[in-house]
Design a protein around this ligand. Structure first.
Ligand SMILES: [Mg+2]
Length: 369
């Protein structure tokens, strides 16, 4: 397991609290990877957090190459990942392949890429959708322009861009005019993609809905709650998501792990990645998500189960653990009340990201050349 082994003396307290010297094996190749949150960990708005510069110097070699697999995972969704990578470029040259936005796992949903999708949110929605692989995205604005003159009797005036059978809805983030988006998305759901047609009960299960970033505190989660409630009031049935992504969803961590493995493979690091360290400032997204994923990894590994085999096929999930590391440079407030304290209890609390890197290197006995 130890690709190369260095030995050093380390000072360890014995069970009798005496100091003894023990041999500790140091690894020069990583069997772990980092998932860094961005806002509150590396930057505050556009300003870099000083500890991030120090931390990053430890993460790269003299050629500027990363010494461990690193993915930057943000719940932001209203820009392209290249824009986020550029935002971090004053800290370090990173590639867009290392950046995960809330919508990035949509790359895996290839079965929707050829189909018509209605996209809701803000920012360059069509660019984002096309960058993710969608060939036929339509924005709410485009649909709205087609809709006002809609005549249910005159079939020629029905919007030709919508094809019911292969239609789906992607919710990227909160839109600007909620009432317009809510109305049109509901119309599309009730009519299976033909908003000119009357609503029919048999349009259930409704056409697929894929949603990013369900964070209740920052807008989109609240928008989704509105949509779910309106749908239920009208139909008496639950709005069901084909997929939910963004922290704290499991899908996001599976995709992050997939990217971590891809980096390790690219660098020919042959040691299996055993542990993921998720460093973040938010209990409800970063810590909760990491702990939830850890629970999933440990449960599926203890069962040795079908779920684990399936996960390996789907998203290369093969790590044994996902550890949560909370930093105090962002939104974390020790006096905030939380629900489900079990899952929002971080494995480690450190002052900043530099301390997080030191801690993980120490825990992993990692000593790169
Ligand atoms: Mg944050």
């Amino acid at each position: 397991m130890w690709n190369k082994v260095l030995l050093k003396w380390a000072k360890c307290p014995s069970p009798a609290q005496e100091t003894r010297w023990l041999w500790v094996r140091l690894s020069v190749l990583p069997s772990f990877g980092f998932l860094f949150d961005i806002d509150g960990v590396l930057v505050r708005g556009k300003t870099p957090i000083p500890a991030a510069r120090t931390a990053f110097r430890k993460l790269v070699n003299s050629q500027g190459q990363f010494l461990v697999p690193v993915v930057f995972v943000t719940n932001a969704g209203n820009c392209l990942r290249q824009e986020k990578a550029d935002q971090l470029s004053h800290l370090l040259g990173i590639s867009q392949d290392q950046v995960m936005m809330s919508h990035s796992p949509l790359r895996m949903f290839k079965r929707y890429h050829e189909k018509c999708v209605l996209v809701s949110g803000q920012g360059p929605l069509l660019d984002i959708a096309q960058d993710l692989g969608f060939c036929q995205p339509i924005t709410i604005d485009t649909l709205r322009e087609k809709r006002p003159l809609l005549d249910a009797v005159d079939h020629d005036r029905r919007p030709s861009i919508l094809v019911g059978v292969d239609f789906s809805v992607v919710l990227f983030g909160e839109p600007v005019r909620w009432e317009t988006s809510l109305q049109l998305i509901i119309d599309v759901l009730l009519t299976s993609g033909y908003p000119g047609n009357p609503y029919e009960q048999e349009n259930y299960p409704h056409i697929p809905v894929l949603a990013c970033n369900m964070d209740l505190m920052f807008g989109h989660g609240t928008f989704m709650v509105c949509l779910e409630n309106i749908y239920k009031k009208i139909t008496g049935k639950e709005l069901k998501y084909e997929a939910l992504m963004g922290k704290p969803s499991r899908l996001t961590y599976q995709y992050a792990e997939h990217l971590i493995r891809a980096q390790a493979l690219q660098r020919s690091w042959e040691q299996p990645i055993q542990t993921l360290y998720a460093v973040g400032d938010n209990l409800m997204t970063d810590v909760y998500g990491a702990n939830l994923y850890n629970r999933y990894l440990e449960e599926s590994s203890s069962k040795g189960s079908k779920a684990r085999i399936q996960a390996k096929l789907l998203a290369s999930a093969a790590a044994a653990h996902c550890r949560s590391v909370l930093v105090c440079t962002g939104v974390y407030n020790p006096h905030t009340e939380v629900f489900d304290p079990g899952l929002v209890e971080p494995d480690h609390i450190v002052p900043d990201v530099d301390a997080a890197v030191d801690l993980v290197f120490q825990l992993e006995n990692f000593a790169p050349n």
